[in-house]
Ligand binder design. Sequence first.
Ligand SMILES: C[S@@+](CC[C@H](N)C(=O)[O-])C[C@H]1O[C@@H](n2cnc3c(N)ncnc32)[C@H](O)[C@@H]1O
Length: 272
Amino acid sequence: MDHTPKPFEFYTAEKLWNDPHISKKMLEFHLDPDLEPASRSHEFISRSIGWMTDRFRIGTGMAIADFGCGPGLYTTAFAQKGADVLGIDFSDRSIRYARKQAAENRLPIQYVQQNYLDFQTDRRFDLITLIYCDFCVLSPDQRRRLLASVSNLLKDGGLIFLDVFSLSAFETRTEATVFEHCLMEGFWSSDDYYGFLKTIRYEKEKVVLDKYTIIEPSGQRKIYNWLQYFSLPALTGELKQAGLEIRESYSDVSGAQFDSGSDTMAVVAGKR
Ligand SMILES: C[S@@+](CC[C@H](N)C(=O)[O-])C[C@H]1O[C@@H](n2cnc3c(N)ncnc32)[C@H](O)[C@@H]1O
């Protein structure tokens, strides 16, 4: 029997976003206006972009980097407003789609296909975004690395805008075990398979693991989806360690008023 892994013991995110079959499904989810496993609904995204445009005065001359940009749902809108935009994502399929969209719309967006934990550039940014709770999938070490890099990439007066899952969302998570033929209706493979999902709560750390074991005739794969849930003080502490301070907090990236009962929170932070 498998041991219970330590929080964030295994990092398999790249398998999730770069496997040929799974990444195809993920791109379909991104582009579906209503489904939310990969991006928020398109109605929400358009509200979020409207709010961000006003809040950050997104327009000509503003340098924006979008970490985990996916197929470019936000980057495209920022560039259409005249901003100078860079998008980073390690998903080959998403970046190919994003580049095609940019070419078709004649938008000079720079896309980088890379793990954003390793991203380096001489450019500096007015705004760095990390949207749809991607911060939560990273281990404490990875989060430290990412925030140090973000802090270094911001211009003086530059801001980071990110959202995370809250402790209220943690309270809704329950432990479960599911074993099913073609678990999640073929999401994990185009071949016949059995899928085993084990959900584990780590009470002290406020972490949840969804561990998927996919059993196919060709062998077995394990995917570990970790989520760190945050209180506002915990998030404040992590940002502070990287020399960043929270300037504003909201319930989500559309600027909804902060409410500790909300499933998510979004913060605007800058260098101290
Ligand atoms: C939940 S999706 C959100 C996409 C986009 N921000 C949105 O809201 O539409 C997370 C994205 O981050 C990318 N990603 C996750 N971890 C990454 C990493 N370490 N480096 C680069 N991209 C990453 C995934 O490929 C995926 O496109």
